[in-house]
Design a protein around this ligand. Sequence first.
Ligand code: FES
Length: 146
Amino acid sequence: MALYSEKVMEHFRNPRNVGVIEDADGIGEVGNAKCGDIMKMYLKIDDEMITDVKFETFGCGSAIASSSMATELIKGKPVSEAMMLTNKAVAEALDGLPDYKMHCSVLAEEAIKSALDDYYSRHGSDRAEDESSKKIGRPVDAAGRS
Ligand code: FES
């Protein structure tokens, strides 16, 4: 049996939504300390809808395929849906990843949540505290210091 599904290979060879959004509304960057791979996500959000998403991934094939699939899954969707995207859903949409490559899909989930976190911190909503910071575990300064 092949190690990687056809879908993983296809998204690796031909990744969707690669690049940068210069005037992004939210940017998230995450890395995996063990393998050293880095993923950066850019979101364009209009009226709580993800109108555009692009990524740059310096990482393994599974990380590239995961970012590509994750962008496809959230593009054109409401922010509330993107917030719920799990690495499991990304891996399933790719018809599975080998167990030892599941952490690559975790990067995609975290990069999106980090970009949404950034979007909410720029827009002053407290929804980031309720949703994404829970998973990322980043403390949110609600003191509003000047
Ligand atoms: S090996 Fe680390 S992201 Fe794939």
